[in-house]
Design a protein around this ligand. Structure first.
Ligand code: SAM
Ligand code: SF4
Length: 333
C-alpha cells in the first residue's frame, strides 16, 4: 500500500539528490563562492540508497527522480539506475544541466533511464555565462543532441525566467523547444536558500503567458502531460505549429493539493516538503549496527513520521525572503 500523508495524499514519487556538487553555479540555486560542501563520507552510498528504495518499492512507488547538485557528477550513476530498475521501479527520471550528457547519454539510456529533464534558460552565450557562471553553452546544446541521438524522447527543458537577465528570451525558448521537439516548461523562480538573487527578479508565470499571447495563440490544455505539477498550454504562431508549453507556478498558483512527492537529500535527510527545512535522519538508521530487516522497518517508521507532519502547503511568496535556509543544490531541486 502506498505511503499516505495526513491530508490523504498518496506519496508515489521519490526525488533523490545524489550530490550537492555542481559544475555550474546558477544564480537562482547557489552563490558563486564560499560554499560549504558536504563532506563525502556523509553522502549516502549506493547500497544505502538501494535499501531505502526497496522500502518505497514495497509501498507503491511509481517514479524516482535523480537530481542534485549535478547528478551526473556522481560516479557510477548508470549502475545505480540499473540497480533501481532491478528493484522494480519502472520510471526513473533525471534532471541535469546537460554538460556531461555528451559523455553519458547512451549509457544512461542503456542503464534504463526513462525520462530526462534538462535545465535550459537561454540561447545566448553571454546570458548563459551570467546565469550559470559557466562559459560553455555549446556543450549543453551538444548534450541535448547526444540525448536525442541516444533515443530519449519528449525531453523536458526547464527554464527559470529572471527579470532583466533572460526575460527577453521567452518566445525564443518556446520556438527552440518546438523546433527540436522538446517540451519546454517555465518554472517560477522559488525563494529557496540564501545567497541567490531572489527578489524582484522573479517573473510570475501569468506575466510569461501574457507575453507569449502577444506573439501568437496560447490556449490552456485540459489534459496533464506528466507526473509533476506543470500545467500545460498550447502555443502556435506563424513560425511554429501547435506546441505544448508547461508552467510550474509554485508561487502564483500553488499546486500543493496534489503533492505526491517526498525527497531525500544527499546526506539522507528525508524531507517531506521542498519549502520546509525539517528533515528526518535516514543516515543514522542506515548506519546503525542492526540487520537489514530492522533497518527496513526503521526506514518505514521514519517515512510515516515525516508524512504525519508534512505541511499542507509551502509558504513561498513573492514579497517575502527565502523560505528555507538550505539551498536548492543541497536539497535537490
Ligand atoms: N543540476 C541539475 C539541473 O540543473 O538540472 C539538477 C539540480 S537543479 C537544483 C534542478 C532544477 O531546479 C533545475 O531545473 C533548476 O532550474 C531548478 N532550480 C534551481 N533553483 C531554483 C529556484 N530557486 N527556483 C526555481 N527553480 C530552481
Ligand atoms: Fe547546478 Fe543545477 Fe543548481 Fe544550476 S540549478 S547550480 S546546474 S544544481
Amino acid at each position: 500500500m502506498a505511503f499516505v500523508d495526513a491530508f490523504n495524499r498518496s506519496i508515489t514519487y521519490l526525488r533523490i539528490s545524489l550530490t550537492d556538487r555542481c559544475n555550474f553555479r546558477c544564480v537562482y540555486c547557489m552563490p558563486d563562492e564560499d560554499i560549504e560542501w558536504i563532506p563525502r563520507e556523509k553522502i549516502l552510498s549506493f547500497e544505502e540508497l538501494e535499501l531505502i528504495v526497496s522500502v518505497f518499492a514495497e509501498h507503491g512507488l511509481k517514479r524516482i527522480r535523480l537530481t542534485g547538485g549535478e547528478p551526473l557528477l556522481r560516479k557510477g550513476i548508470c549502475d545505480l539506475i540499473s540497480r533501481f530498475r532491478q528493484l522494480g521501479v519502472d520510471e526513473i527520471a533525471l534532471t541535469t544541466n546537460a554538460f556531461l550528457l555528451p559523455k553519458f547519454a547512451k549509457d544512461l539510456k542503456n542503464a534504463g533511464l526513462t525520462h530526462l529533464n534538462v535545465s535550459f534558460d537561454t540561447l545566448e552565450r553571454e546570458v548563459f555565462k551570467k546565469i550559470s557562471r559557466n562559459k560553455n553553452l555549446d556543450r549543453v546544446l551538444d548534450g541535448l543532441k547526444a540525448a536525442t541521438d541516444a533515443g530519449f524522447e519528449n525531453i523536458k527543458l526547464n527554464s527559470v525566467i529572471i527579470r532583466g537577465i533572460n526575460d527577453h528570451e521567452i518566445l525564443n525558448l518556446v520556438t527552440f523547444a518546438a523546433k527540436e521537439e522538446h517540451i519546454l516548461r517555465f518554472i517560477e523562480f522559488m525563494p529557496i536558500g540564501s545567497g541567490t538573487i531572489w527578489g524582484k527578479t522573479a517573473v510570475p508565470v501569468g506575466e510569461i503567458r501574457q507575453r507569449l499571447s502577444e506573439s501568437g495563440m496560447l490556449r490552456a490544455e485540459q489534459q496533464s502531460l506528466g507526473f509533476g505539477p506543470a500545467q500545460y498550454w498550447t502555443f502556435s504562431n506563424d513560425e511554429i505549429k501547435a506546441t505544448p508549453v508547461g508552467f510550474i507556478s509554485a508561487l502564483s498558483s500553488c499546486f500543493c493539493d496534489d503533492c505526491n512527492r517526498i525527497r531525500i537529500t544527499p546526506t539522507g535527510g528525508l524531507r517531506a516538503c521542498l519549502g520546509d527545512d525539517r528533515e528526518e535522519d535516514l543516515a543514522g538508521l542506515l548506519r546503525a549496527e542492526v540487520g537489514e530487516e530492522k533497518k527496513k522497518s526503521a526506514i518505514e517508521e521514519c517515512v510515516h513520521r515525516a508524512l504525519a507532519t508534512k505541511k499542507h502547503t509551502h509558504s513561498f511568496a513573492f514579497d517575502k525572503g527565502p523560505s528555507t535556509q538550505k539551498r536548492m543544490h543541497a536539497i535537490g531541486g
